[in-house]
Write a protein that binds this ligand. Structure first.
Ligand code: HT7
Ligand code: ZN
Length: 876
């Protein structure tokens, strides 16, 4: 594929006024008729042709104002339909007829069939697989959709907007018509047809309109959709209360399907979901599943304003809708649950997913300037870093001006296809603040590194912080400008109070936010009575790496006393990481591993502090992961040594805290009637974290085996099974539990995905053979994305020692899988391949093997543009 450049953007030559689509559904020969009304755009060249996008289309008819188009007026070449000799003024109608084979569509883009259900996925460029069209987000128009299908197999015929009516249609068939009054781009089009069960409810908006809510799931699964319905209603209410945004159609529908490339899709009025993010009950879903469902239902619903009402001018602006909508769903979850614990989880995710992306060959700006394959830009940088950038605008402006800026954005751009510049301008206009330097966050890739040193002059009562910021080079960007970095901070005093400086010089400070703007900056705080312990980047106010040589004692003080719970968690990680890195080095050199007793003492003290939320204590107990240690190690990584070192540190903590862990395990049992609320989930998280340590301290599977047998919910059951499998892979108790789990849930694919994932992440070199064996299981299905992600994806992304075997077998396996998946589902293949994005940070033996595997992939015949784009960037 060729490279698309932001700088080449220009509007279309023709304006699309409306489109009428008719689908005659058939599993292998669906007929689509698209009637489009166009007129030439003012100012466009009078001889400019109409150029429409297609992708592997079979066009069976082309009409101009209802009459067959003369052959010499059009060409159909390289997936592009070009029509010439069109009128200079006035409207004209183009009709395109295509025949589609939904059954053969394994890419899951465009119109496809999953379990007998017809469904569509059009973002980003799937609509062009249905018909020739202006398949780009800046072309908005109103759609009428007619669906004709077999009555018996497709009693349900759905599309966007409002239902106009339906009737019988010849023998055994019926039709339905839908009209969506809101102009939309083609990527928000959706059609669903089939035989599904429904859960119905309603919501009364703040202006008193009643909206019908419907969630469609496979027959028999209706009871498992009630949590999703509850989350939807809470999302609708929250968006009214917090952002002042009301829903705008009479009906809102969600359909759950089992074959889906991503989490969900925000099609106007008709969201389509991966069933993993809809279906839940206590026996089959974990607390994490409930939290994900809540977040994704909210995310897709929030897109109605941030994405649908205001869409993107082009795909370079993807973060305009995605970064902002992730920010909104994060705020929603923070309001529904514990804000501090939610923030810790977000930052954990950001650091483990986005930071490696930003530090490797796939790094790109939040608002990129070029791409080869847009599907590869639905990244954690666009989503999660994009959200952090929005959060920083809120931090810099403060809540009130941020709200004013958002209101201005909704008012000024409703109905538009907007850009990041439009968005930022709203905040500048609302606040009077210049955000030009801040905008570098959209344009410069790489995680800024801020190095800090401090000094205290007792005699003068002056505390000094010296900052130096550096943005590392990334592909295509070698030199970087200094950024505007908002750091929330506090100066803690020994008596537990916070210093209030008489004056601060060297940086702008607004409230508790210190604004770094220069490459080097020295900030002095005067009137500080005793040496303070500075706490920096509270709440992770800026997505940066911070290097600050604080003493373990100062960090322990923050971990125990900071008013910001995120900062407490961060401080404990900052004590742990150097210990874990040193342990890894020593393990690699076969030297003795020592652990700072302060780390273990602080960990145990916080875990045992009954004044703190259980969920927070569970986060503290989850020490930095092996991947976190690898990142901190920063190169020449040996995953085996990292694990050996981390295990040694865990063992010290496990023995030291054994008594406490036993008490936590007993005391936090949520007996009787599972509820998915945050407080109960927190207790389960703490109990299961304790179980993990107890397994190490006791060295026997008995406790986990009993916990597995007596578990009355999926959270506890899968946690116990994980402890058994990961700690005692060869124990008979483990074999028995795995078999009991398989037998009980064999008919529930989403639960079997947990069974696959737990086994594919068993640490050590045997994992690969286990994964190969599991792929032979009749429960595995290599054409279902959830199954492939649960087994192959989880192995590659989340089993550092198993995947990164020193003999390279893990990488060769992945290469084999990528080449096999790619012809069927390129998006899925490309995404799993990104698991190798940090290959250059591995020690030599492994990185050589990784390089060979990547070369094998690159040499593959007929690679998709998705996979070739990723593999080529990784090899650059
Ligand atoms: N806007 C959606 C992103 C999306 C997608 C979803 C399903 C399959 C393919 C897809 N390509 C892009 C999901 C979201 O961010 O809400
Ligand atoms: Zn989204």
């Amino acid at each position: 594929g060729r490279i698309i450049n932001l700088a080449d953007y220009r509007p279309t030559d023709f304006v699309l006024e409306r489109v009428d689509l008719t689908f005659e559904l058939d599993p292998t020969e669906t007929k689509c008729t698209s009637r489009m009304l166009f007129h030439r755009r003012e100012g466009a060249a009078t001889d400019a042709p109409l150029v429409l996008d297609g992708d592997e289309l079979n066009m069976t008819g082309l009409l101009y104002d209802g009459m067959p188009m003369e052959a010499e007026r059009f060409t159909e070449e390289d997936d592009v339909l070009t029509i010439r000799e069109l009128p200079e003024t006035g409207s004209f109608e183009i009709t395109v007829e295509t025949v589609i084979n939904p059954e053969a569509n394994t890419q899951l883009m465009g119109l496809y069939r999953t379990n007998g259900i017809y469904c569509t996925q059009c973002e980003a460029e799937g609509f062009r697989r249905i018909t020739y069209f202006y398949d780009r987000p800046d072309v908005l128009c109103v759609y009428t959709v007619n669906i004709i299908a077999d009555k018996e197999s497709c009693p349900l015929l759905l599309s966007n907007g409002n239902f106009l009516g339906g009737a019988g249609y010849g023998e055994g068939k019926h039709f339905a018509a839908w009209f969506d009054p809101h102009p939309k781009p083609s990527y928000l089009f959706a059609l669903v047809a089939g035989d599904l069960g429904v859960v119905e409810d309603s919501f009364t908006t703040m202006s008193g309109r009643e909206v019908a809510l419907k969630i469609y799931v496979e027959h028999g699964k209706e009871p498992r959709a009630s949590y999703a319905m509850d989350a939807l209603k809470r999302s609708m209410k929250w968006d009214e209360e917090v952002f002042g945004r009301e829903y705008d159609l009479d009906i809102f529908m969600i359909v759950a399907v089992s074959d889906f490339n991503m989490g969900a899709m925000e099609n106007k009025g008709l969201n389509v979901f991966n069933d993993k993010y809809v279906l839940a009950d206590p026996d089959t879903a974990t607390d994490a599943d409930y939290a994900n469902i809540e977040a994704i239902i909210a995310h897709e619903y929030f897109h109605n304003w941030t994405g649908n009402r205001i869409t993107c001018r082009d795909w370079f602006q993807l973060c305009l809708k995605e970064g902002l909508t992730v920010y909104r769903d994060h705020e929603f979850s923070a309001d529904q649950r514990s804000r501090a614990v939610k923030r810790i989880a977000e930052v954990r995710h950001l650091k483990s997913e986005q930071f490696p992306e930003d530090a490797g060959p796939l790094a790109h700006p939040v608002r990129p300037t070029k791409y080869r394959e847009i599907n590869n830009f639905y990244t954690t940088t666009v989503y999660e870093k994009g959200s952090e950038v929005t959060r920083m605008i809120a931090t810099i402006l403060g809540a009130e001006l941020f709200k004013k800026g958002m209101d201005l954005y909704f008012e000024r751009h409703d109905g538009d296809a907007a850009t990041i510049e439009d968005f930022v301008k709203c905040f500048e206009d609302a606040s009077g603040r210049d955000l030009s330097q801040f905008s570098l966050w959209y344009h410069q890739a790489g995680t800024p590194l801020v190095t800090v040193s401090s000094a205290y002059d007792q005699a003068k009562g002056v505390f000094t912080l010296s900052f130096e910021q550096m943005v590392p080079p990334t592909p295509g960007q070698s030199a970087k400008e200094p950024m505007h970095i908002p750091l929330r901070f506090g100066l803690l005093l020994a008596d537990g109070t916070e210093a209030e400086p008489q004056a601060i010089e060297g940086a702008e400070v607004t409230g508790d936010v210190l604004h770094l703007t220069q490459r080097q900056q020295t900030v002095t705080f005067s009137g500080i009575p005793t040496r303070p312990v500075v706490t920096l980047n509270r709440g992770f106010s800026a997505p940066i790496n911070l290097h600050f040589e604080q003493s373990p004692a100062d960090l322990a003080h923050i971990a125990r006393h900071d008013s910001d719970f995120f900062a407490r968690w961060q401080a404990l990680s900052d004590i742990a990481l150097p210990n874990l890195v040193a342990a890894a080095r020593n393990a690699r050199n076969a030297a003795e591993i020592a652990v700072d007793p302060l780390l273990v003492d602080t960990l145990v003290a916080i875990a045992g502090d009954e004044t703190l939320e259980p969920a927070f204590r569970a986060q503290i107990l989850a020490l930095p992961s092996e991947a976190d240690v690898a990142r901190e190690h920063g190169g020449n990584n040996d995953p085996d040594a990292i694990r050996t070192g981390r295990e040694a540190v865990m063992a010290v903590a496990a023995h030291k805290g054994a008594e406490l862990f036993a008490a936590l395990f007993d005391r936090n049992h949520t007996k009787g009637g599972f509820t998915p609320d945050a407080a109960s989930a927190g207790k389960r998280a703490l109990r299961n974290a304790a179980l993990g340590y107890l397994a190490i301290a006791e060295g026997r599977p008995d406790r986990a085996a009993k916990a597995f047998e007596t578990a009355d919910n999926m959270t506890d059951m899968s946690a116990a099974l994980t402890v058994l499998a990961h700690r005692f892979p060869d124990a008979p108790e483990t074999a028995a539990a795995l078999e009991a789990f398989r037998a009980r849930f064999a008919d529930n694919a989403l639960v079997i995905d947990k069974w696959f994932s737990i086994q594919s992440t068993i640490p050590g070199h045997g994992a690969l053979e286990r994964v190969r064996t599991l792929m032979e299981s009749p429960l595995f299905n290599r054409s279902n994305p959830n199954r492939v992600r649960a087994l192959v994806g989880t192995f590659a992304f989340a089993n550092p020692t198993g995947f990164n075997r020193a003999d390279g077998a893990g990488y060769r396996f992945l290469a084999e899988q990528i080449l096999e998946i790619d012809p069927k589902n390129p998006q899925l293949a490309a995404r799993i391949l990104t698991s190798m994005r940090s290959w250059r940070a591995l020690e030599d033996v492994r990185s050589d093997h990784a390089l060979n595997a990547l070369r094998t992939i690159a040499a593959g015949e007929k690679l998709s543009s998705d996979v070739s784009d990723i593999v080529e960037r990784m090899l650059k």
